[in-house]
Design a protein around this ligand. Structure first.
Ligand code: F6P
Length: 475
């Protein structure tokens, strides 16, 4: 960690990323010395390669309460940590971000809570991020703000720095305007976002929902992708369009092709007793991911003997937002369901569900993707779902099958997956059975078409298309 170097560059960055999280996690050695390692997660996976290529500075939160704010360098990246107090972690992060906006934007799968104190914390934290970005940006810089945690930053930034170009990308769904209208601070959120020059969404449906919300919740005129906004200095047009995010597919495929990854994949199958069918789920432990629906469908298939005697499900559920009540309740229910299925169907030494409440390195994930016959991606709502794309990227021999919820952004692109409505348990069961029994020719045809899509639209082209359009948008 080197606080000095970056400080000298404050105000000189032509490219600034502003995201809720820093792309690194802090480790503390026994002597109190801090070190940083790249952190897992969709946003980081998506943006880090872009960041390295473009140069620039990344502004984010370390994930710890009361951690020191300030500039430093880690893994060759210039970083600026925004500090959050324990109270802000509770009210802004656990409260407004993850107990208000998250369930609201995911079609109220869980009931959103509206607390005025949480909103005040959200405003204050957004102000800290905007101030940090304003201080780092060179004259005329491009600033790219990310995700629902920071929707007020674009307007706050514009008020301080009329010279910069501002993009915003929403990584999660944007709900239909009847649901968005529940938010007591809907007008402020729309106005916050409209401080940007370009707003990116995961799908056309999300962008359309936003345009409708501008008309209905804020009374603003729209035409095509453009929203007319009246600022103190005149009338501007803000563009809102779809930019489906992706992964660094070539890098992941290269990991999957390594001898040691392939060896690890066959060791995994061996350790599982060489199952006839290996099903895989990899998710953050989040109620949007449809883990319970998947487990229930699998449990019923075992009850009915439709998967043959030797089926195994590996379910990785990485720990997430563990202090938020809905997440604790979900963990209890998932673990109860896993125990029930194993209790009813296990033989000594061979449980039908291997439940792993852990996070894994990319290498282990790639080995799991390679080992699996069928990947189950069954969210009730998901902006994109990069796991689906990661599975496809790893299947370089064009084998395997993907069962994919139609409520993910990825379903718009991966049309050769076995599409499912996860609420329809019978339909989900039929799709799982079909995915496990297709012949190699059909599997190859489907996987080849999905791989073409993922390879042709990787994270670099996602970032390039957003930044190109941002450059062309009249500032
Ligand atoms: O998909 C939205 C997102 O905020 C990602 O950016 C992140 O990887 C994930 O959810 C987990 O979020 P958190 O920062 O709350 O751990």
């Amino acid at each position: 960690m080197s606080p000095v170097r970056n400080k000298a560059r404050a105000g000189q960055h032509d490219f600034v990323v502003v995201a809720s999280r820093l792309p690194v996690d802090r480790d503390e050695g026994p002597d109190g010395e801090a070190s940083w390692r790249p952190s897992p997660g969709g946003l980081v996976t998506a943006l880090e390669p872009v960041m390295r290529e473009a140069g620039g500075v990344w502004i984010g939160w370390s994930g710890d309460a009361e951690s020191a704010p300030g500039a430093f360098e880690a893994n060759g990246l210039d970083l600026v940590a925004v500090g959050l107090s324990a109270e802000q972690v509770r009210d802004y992060y656990e409260g407004f971000c993850n107990a208000t906006l998250w369930p609201l934007y995911h079609d109220v799968i869980a009931p959103p809570q509206f607390e005025r104190r949480w909103w005040e914390a959200y405003v204050a934290v957004n102000r800290s991020f905007a101030a940090a970005a304003a201080a780092e940006a060179a004259p005329g810089a491009t600033i790219w703000v990310h995700d629902y945690q920071l929707q007020l930053v674009p307007r706050m930034l514009r008020e301080q720095r009329a010279d910069v170009r501002i993009g915003f990308f929403n990584h999660i769904p944007f709900p239909c305007c009847e649901i968005f209208a529940q938010l007591p601070w809907r007008r402020q959120v729309i106005e916050g976002l409209l401080g940007a020059d370009l707003l990116g969404f995961q799908s056309r449906a999300d962008a359309t929902n936003f345009l409708r919300a501008c008309r209905r919740a804020a009374g603003l005129p729209t035409k095509g992708h453009a929203i007319r906004v009246r600022d103190t200095d005149g009338v501007r047009e803000v563009q809102a369009a779809a930019f489906p995010i992706s992964i660094d597919s070539a890098a992941l495929e290269a990991i999957a092709r390594r001898d040691e990854t392939r060896k690890r994949a066959s060791d995994i199958r061996l350790a599982l007793g060489q199952p006839d069918v290996l099903l895989l789920g990899i998710d953050r432990l989040d109620y949007t991911k449809g883990i319970l629906h998947r487990l229930n469908a699998y449990g019923e298939l075992l009850d009915e003997g439709r998967l043959g005697p030797q089926a195994v499900l590996v379910q990785v559920a990485s720990p997430s937002r563990e202090r938020v009540e809905a997440y604790r309740a979900l963990r209890d229910e998932v673990e109860r369901t896993v125990s029930r299925i194993n209790g009813e169907h296990a033989e000594v030494g061979s449980p039908p569900v291997h439940y792993l409440h852990q996070s894994y390195a990319r290498e282990e994930m790639a080995a799991l993707y390679l080992a699996a016959d069928v990947m189950l991606v069954t969210p009730l709502r998901d902006g994109m779902n990069l796991v689906a794309k990661e599975y496809v990227a790893c299947r370089y021999d064009e084998s395997g099958a993907l069962v994919l919820s139609e409520f993910t952004g990825a379903a718009d692109e991966l049309t050769s997956a076995f599409g499912v409505n996860p609420h329809d348990i019978d339909g989900l069961k039929d799709a799982i059975v079909r995915a496990t029994t297709i012949g190699p020719a059909e599997a190859r045809r489907r996987m080849r078409s999905m791989r073409r899509q993922v390879r042709g639209h990787d994270v670099a082209s996602w970032a390039a298309s957003f930044l190109d359009m941002l450059r062309q948008t009249p500032g």
